[in-house]
Design a protein around this ligand. Structure first.
Ligand SMILES: [Zn+2]
Length: 431
């Protein structure tokens, strides 16, 4: 007898609720994405499945990717995309549909026939504005257990008035629908989809899904925001990960309002990496932790995205921010040096100085207690939830206050990732 974990039930009903509730006002093309009665063949017996899906990852094989190619060229800087778009808006061709200007449509992308012959499709929400402009894309749940972005996409898309929009907004709330249904970060074969972009049509299952998604959806974007959360019982302060050497990426980060910005070159195989390679400026928006819906983080992200939509002139909407947040050009994870029960003494957003106590680790058997102290001055931009850790566990992510901005000359190319700021990709963390 197969049992379903309560969390999974929540996820399934959440998915059904989102789309049933959201159907009003949308014309629907293609099939309904998620059948609430379908428990899915990939939901297995609780305990082992949960443990596995959280802790084990099939290491990304060294795999050949095809070139990342956009569907159209990007000659105009993103900052001028609305003002320089002359004439009248044209229909948006996407996933076999033509979306007339001033209308919204719910489409469906399917990387079907890949798993067990069972069609798996996921909704793609598209609003084509009445006025010409760029295509802004929002993608969420590339990691299937990252829920905050799913709700952000829903909120942003249902708040847009197509009659007043310049350009188009394309939202994909659940990219990794297989992982989402299992409450797992990974694809059913335990691969991390966000290491396989732009993919390969003749490669592994992950590479094929990545290629299908990239060519059918992402290639049509003029800018992309990929929504993530922390991973493995870690949470992130709402923050933008961006390669600040790219002027269009800087336009994106500036438009997103008062959010912490972390300069980071994208890891190979991430959606951010592939989109940027195709000339599509992309950033990652990280907010909160996995497997939960956090209202404050959702609101923060929605506010940032709506600020961007306004800042680049796609739709006027005044969102007020208090003080601007800093840009961090360096960050580092502080790791546990001993094993035991980790209890934090700081919280997300805390400002810390060199030598400050971040948390304690207590051995539950011997009662021996050790301290985790910050080697840096800066701010806590990500941290583990209180849990049992082993030596080497990345516990606190510190955005490091630097005097100058070391962006530029000495930075390696995007394709190389052996620089200091790629440290946060160790352990398959976050984006
Ligand atoms: Zn993620």
């Amino acid at each position: 007898m197969m049992t379903i974990h309560p969390l999974k039930k929540t996820l399934i009903s959440l998915a059904a609720g989102v789309w049933l509730a959201g159907a009003g006002g949308w014309s629907v093309a293609g099939e309904v994405a998620i059948d609430p009665a379908d428990n899915g063949t990939d939901i297995r017996d609780d305990t082992t499945e949960d443990a596995d899906s959280r802790s084990s990852e099939v290491t990304a094989a060294v795999e050949e990717f095809v070139e990342a190619v956009p569907s159209h060229s990007h000659d105009v800087p993103l900052a001028e995309a609305v003002t320089s778009a002359g004439g009248i808006a044209e229909p948006l061709a996407l996933l076999g549909a033509e979306i007339p200007p001033g209308t919204s449509m719910r489409l469906s992308w399917s990387a079907t026939e890949l798993f067990e012959g069972v069609p798996v499709s996921t909704p793609v929400l598209a609003i084509n504005g009445a006025l010409p402009g760029p295509n802004l894309c929002l993608t969420a749940a590339v990691h299937g257990d990252e829920l905050n972005g799913v709700e952000m996409v829903r909120r942003v898309l249902h708040d847009i008035n197509a009659d007043k929009l310049s350009g188009a907004i394309i939202g994909v709330p659940i990219v990794n629908v297989q992982g989402f249904r299992r409450g797992s970060r990974y694809l059913p074969d335990r691969r991390d989809l966000n290491r396989y972009f732009p993919g390969n049509p003749t490669g592994s299952a992950a590479a094929r899904i990545a290629h299908s998604f990239f060519t059918n959806v992402v290639a049509h974007c003029d800018a992309l925001i990929d929504l993530h959360t922390g991973s493995f019982e870690r949470a992130n302060l709402p923050q933008i990960r961006a390669d600040l050497r790219n002027p269009d990426v800087v336009t994106l980060t500036q438009g997103l309002g008062g959010m912490v910005i972390l300069h980071s070159t994208p890891a190979i195989g991430t959606l951010r990496y592939a989109a940027t390679q195709a000339g599509i400026p992309a950033v990652t928006l990280e907010a909160g932790g996995p497997s939960v819906l956090e209202l404050n983080e959702v609101k923060h992200g929605v506010k940032g995205i709506e600020t961007l939509i306004s800042a680049i002139g796609m739709q006027r909407k005044l969102r007020l921010w208090s003080d601007p947040e800093p840009v961090y050009y360096r960050s580092s994870w502080v790791r546990a040096d001993s094993g035991g029960i980790l209890l934090a003494d700081v919280s997300l957003g805390s400002t810390v100085g060199e030598g400050d106590l971040l948390g304690t680790i207590t051995d539950p058997m011997s009662n021996a207690r050790s301290e985790v102290r910050s080697p840096y001055s800066g701010r806590i931009i990500g941290m583990a939830r209180n849990q049992v850790v082993m030596p080497g566990f990345a516990a606190f992510h510190v955005g490091i206050a630097t005097v100058e901005a070391p962006v530029g000359e000495t930075e390696p190319s995007v394709a190389q990732k052996k620089d200091g700021d790629s440290e946060d990709y160790v352990d398959g963390m976050s984006e």
